[in-house]
Design a protein around this ligand. Structure first.
Ligand code: PGA
Length: 243
């Protein structure tokens, strides 16, 4: 199975910066790399169009970091998945912990967003993960299972989906989960996704992935790739993680 390297640029990079990042990236990744790997990029919304245009014809896929659960209508300030698709997007990032924490994303809304993403034949990259307190209370598995189950009502099990497991306490903190912690939860998540009936899924790890810890993490069973924040902002560090 191909490994996935997904860049989450969050609220960073102007359209021009996004364009030059992609031009440089295309020069550094050759066709052989894409035989075993996939690259996803989630730019800030205003940069989605130019990123997609710059990567047109390449194997790199692009998507917004959030969508609204309706494609059109009286929803001032929201983003349309249909328009993202028009710009060439094939993916949507959903349920990132920053969206859950700061913007009140909940399972009900996320369920609608996953279903819309599927209906548009785009690939959902669905984020889950526990907080530090939840981990300390040994709730990690419960919390993650609940985040999965509660978002999957009527979600098509036959369509591909990507799960990004990101412990909230490891995001942007430099505090990466241990290999044993990652191994344990990824195995449980793999089994859970099978139990839930999904036929085509990958599970990414995210949270302070850097060039110096990537190799070790990628070797963990059931880690199918990464969702990378800070270290995806520079081409060199992103490429070092990919290669
Ligand atoms: P980080 O962010 O790599 O900066 O920890 C990961 C993410 O939020 O997706």
């Amino acid at each position: 199975m191909k490994k996935i390297f997904a860049a989450n640029w969050k609220l960073n990079k102007t359209p021009l910066e996004s364009k030059s990042f992609c031009e440089e990236l295309l020069q550094k990744l050759d066709s052989q790399f894409f035989e075993n790997s996939e690259v996803f990029i989630f730019p800030q919304n205003y940069s989605v169009g130019i990123t997609s245009q710059t990567l047109k014809g390449s194997k790199i896929k692009v998507g917004p970091q959030n969508i609204h659960f309706e494609t059109k209508g009286a929803f001032t300030g929201e983003n349309s998945a249909e328009i993202a698709k028009y710009f060439g997007c094939e993916l949507v990032l959903l349920g990132h912990s920053e969206r859950r924490q700061y913007f009140g994303e909940n399972s009900e809304g996320l369920n609608k967003k996953i279903r819309l993403t599927q209906a548009l034949d785009m690939l959902p990259v669905f984020c889950i993960g526990e907080t530090l307190v939840e981990r300390q209370n040994e709730q990690t598995e419960n919390v993650c299972f609940n985040q999965l189950e509660s978002a999957f009502d009527q979600v098509d099990r036959l369509k591909r989906i990507v799960i990004a497991y990101e412990p909230v306490w490891a995001i942007g903190t430099g505090q990466v989960a241990t290999i044993a912690q990652v191994a344990q939860i990824h195995k449980s998540l793999f089994n859970k996704m099978n139990d839930l009936g999904f036929k085509s899924f990958q599970i990414l790890y995210g949270g302070s992935v850097k060039p110096d810890n990537a190799k070790e993490l990628l070797a963990v069973p059931y880690v199918d790739g990464f969702l990378i924040g800070g270290a995806s902002l520079e081409v060199d560090s992103f490429v070092k993680i990919c290669l």
